[in-house]
Write a protein that binds this ligand. Sequence first.
Ligand code: MN
Length: 389
Amino acid sequence: MVVLIDDTTLRDGEQTAGVVFSNEEKVQIARMLNEIGVHQIEAGIPAMGGDEMEAIKSIIALGLKSSIITWNRPVISDIDCSLECGTKAVALSISASDIHIQYKLRQSREWVLQSVKKATKYAKSHDLYVSVNAEDASRADPDFLIQFARVAKDAGADRLRFCDTVGVFEPFRTHEAICRLIEEAHIDIEMHTHNDFGMATANALAGIRAGAKWVNTTVNGLGERAGNASLAEVVMALKHIEKIDAGIDTTRLRELSLYVAEASMRPLPVSQAIIGDNIFAHESGIHADGVLKHPPTYEAFSPEEVGLERQIMVGKHSGSHTILFKFAREFGIELPEDIAREILARARAMALRRKRALFDKELVLIYQEVCKERGLELPPVGMPGSGHN
Ligand code: MN
């Protein structure tokens, strides 16, 4: 089964309230997405003109392996702006739900269908690849959505983007809706899911299981409000849960996430799924012991796979096995059991006082203190200089 990734960090991702990328950053993000093997990059909105158009032109000029798609309203002038940028693929976005048609567009369903038809035909007459985006598809009348998809297909659209614009679907309903669309409209589907109820990735996966070929992602799950489905989550969940290889070089996911976190000025939460600082940090005695004996006991995949490293932390929940391990492997000291137990007791107390795990330096200081009290000679400590363990 083939799943193609269309990453929209540069379009929906940048639409995150308060986020703006410089043109250099947009180009760099596009390069990195291309290098890791993303199939298509939604580069922006040409009709915005100015810097946005310049950035899109620069990205297209790179001649990347990834296809570049640009976002448009289904109007001729927008498509002309896309053509001016030199794109070969366009997303034509129009609302499919009555709430949008009535209150936002103040138009009729018939007007929507005519717009889809006209814009798609125009784009196809210029040899563009066309994704018709059914905005707010999850809240559309399902029968109208089928009609919408058929009109798009008949006008020549290459695929339909199913947008759960306000993130109100869940995986079961998503699966049902996508199965029906494919069965009745016979068109390639792309999932575009939002995380308002924390289900963006789950819904994207449900759509793929129902037969969607494309999935829209953003790095770090950036995007309007609660964001879109995260690239790292979708790729790794496909690989490990669905056993589908999307052909992405996952070893650079962490690097890409850090770059986008900085460019978007949205720091990564430590517990960010897949690529956060804490994903391979183990503190509790039972977990650390299990991981040290056999990593898969408490890890869903290996850290190297996403560009992370395993960390064994010493804190309130540590066990003496962790102390023995850390001193032997990281500091080159074989501790007697009673000294390890004493260090553990003091380390736990310190963690509680300081409300955090211990730095390596603090552990070594505790060790030196214990040796001194017991009148033991201080052996040289081959510990790492500073910083968090
Ligand atoms: Mn969106």
